[in-house]
Design a protein around this ligand. Structure first.
Ligand SMILES: Cc1ncc(COP(=O)(O)O)c(C=O)c1O
Length: 379
């Protein structure tokens, strides 16, 4: 069999991300039947380890949905927003907008509360909006990948609950890279995916579902098939998936989660992510004209966004820096496309992103930042 000549780039984008060799090799473990006892050997430990990583405290069931993070998010909207109800989608960037679009495109009565790029959720503004709109559900993004802003999940959920609404959370780009303490978070449902801080290929949406969300889903009609959380939970409790799973990914996930929980250690993994965020902060401090985009206290542990000096253009970042880094063997992230285009048209300074999630190590990051610095100094 001839092999295509694909470039072996080191991915410093914000997902998909770098995959370790042992995780790649786990993809060649035996295929299996998803209604056979062999299935249990993969999805039993997968589900246990996901619950450990999310600190669910036994309060959430976890289901794997063939697809990606947005599959789980779409299931949350279709299964939890009943006919006649409304949902407020709170957005601090492109992925907050996406949650709104998922709701609106499914015909839900949805409104989008938008905060400026680079800002976290302002609780006072949110409270005013909730009081005015009186939504039944509120969605928000835990870690906004387009801006590198992390919202403080617990106080946001607390505020939503104070007004009797159900909080649902997009944790796609942070799960596996930080302590999300689901047990005490207040979230009714938390959606995530495999291809970010878990250091795996894409292929499953991961849904953490509380008892409260499950009870609600049982009453909601018109959930479709693949977005019906009740059906997913029925299978999940048997360690199965509703539809045929990606068996290659299941093998990789089983090996990777065991490695994370029992070899690297959950606390060490989270500490490594914080260390890498600190490295980018220090590095940006030393670069004349550059600075961190997200405000201190709201900076993501998995993706850092750096503000460029005045005058830097989208073309310079996309064609100049990105292509120069490709020649060095790296895939660089020149900023979230729509965000930079919008900021450029508003005459604002542009950003680029450094994805430091999953299994990227501080040593890999040092090497990358060193090379990137050389290119940025040419701007
Ligand atoms: C915060 C966030 N939410 C949702 C998504 C969509 O996830 P997926 O591409 O896995 O469907 C992404 C993808 O980058 C994301 O970063």
């Amino acid at each position: 069999m001839s092999k295509p000549n694909f470039a072996p780039l080191k991915l410093f984008i914000t997902g998909p991300t770098y995959i370790r060799d042992d995780v790649k090799e786990a993809g060649s473990l035996p295929e299996f039947g998803h209604r056979d006892a062999e299935n249990d050997l993969r999805f039993g430990p997968i589900r246990e380890n996901l619950k450990k990583l999310g600190s669910t405290g036994g309060k959430y069931e976890v289901a794997l949905l063939l697809g990606s993070g947005s599959t789980a998010m779409e299931a949350s909207v279709r299964s939890l927003v009943a006919e006649g109800e409304s949902i407020l989608n709170v957005s601090v960037g492109a992925f907050g907008d996406m949650y709104y679009n998922l709701a609106a495109h499914n015909g839900k009565n949805a409104e989008n509360l938008k905060f400026d790029y680079g800002k976290a959720i302002d609780l006072n503004v949110l409270e005013d909006k909730i009081k005015a709109m009186k939504p039944d559900l509120v969605s928000f993004t835990h870690n906004e990948t387009s801006t590198g802003v992390v919202n403080d999940m617990k106080p946001v959920c607390e505020l939503i609950r104070k007004h009797g609404a159900m909080p649902i959370v997009d944790g796609v780009s942070i799960f596996g890279g930080a302590d999300i303490d689901l047990e005490n978070s207040g979230a009714a449902m938390y959606s995530t995916a495999t291809q970010k801080a878990l250091g795996l290929p894409a292929g499953f949406g991961i849904a953490f579902i509380s008892e409260e969300a499950e009870a609600k889903a049982e009453k909601v009609t018109g959930k479709g098939h693949h977005h019906d959380l009740t059906k997913h939970l029925g299978r999940a409790r048997k360690n199965q998936t509703l539809t045929t799973p990606n068996c290659t990914l299941a093998n990789q996930m089983c090996v990777q989660l065991d490695r994370i929980v029992n070899e690297e250690g959950i606390e060490n993994r989270f500490a490594r992510h914080l260390e890498m965020r600190g490295m980018v902060e220090q590095w940006a401090d030393t670069l004349a004209g550059f600075e961190m985009f997200a405000p201190e206290g709201y900076r993501s542990p998995t993706v850092s966004t750096v503000l460029c000096p005045e005058g830097v253009t989208v073309a310079q970042l996309k064609k100049g820096v990105k292509e120069a880094m490709r020649a060095e063997g790296y895939l660089m992230d020149p900023g979230y496309g729509k965000l930079n285009t919008a900021m450029e048209s508003e005459g604002r300074r542009l950003v680029f992103r450094v994805g430091h999630m999953g299994d990227i190590t501080p040593e890999m990051l040092t090497e990358y930042l060193g090379k990137l610095e050389i290119e940025l100094k040419k701007l």
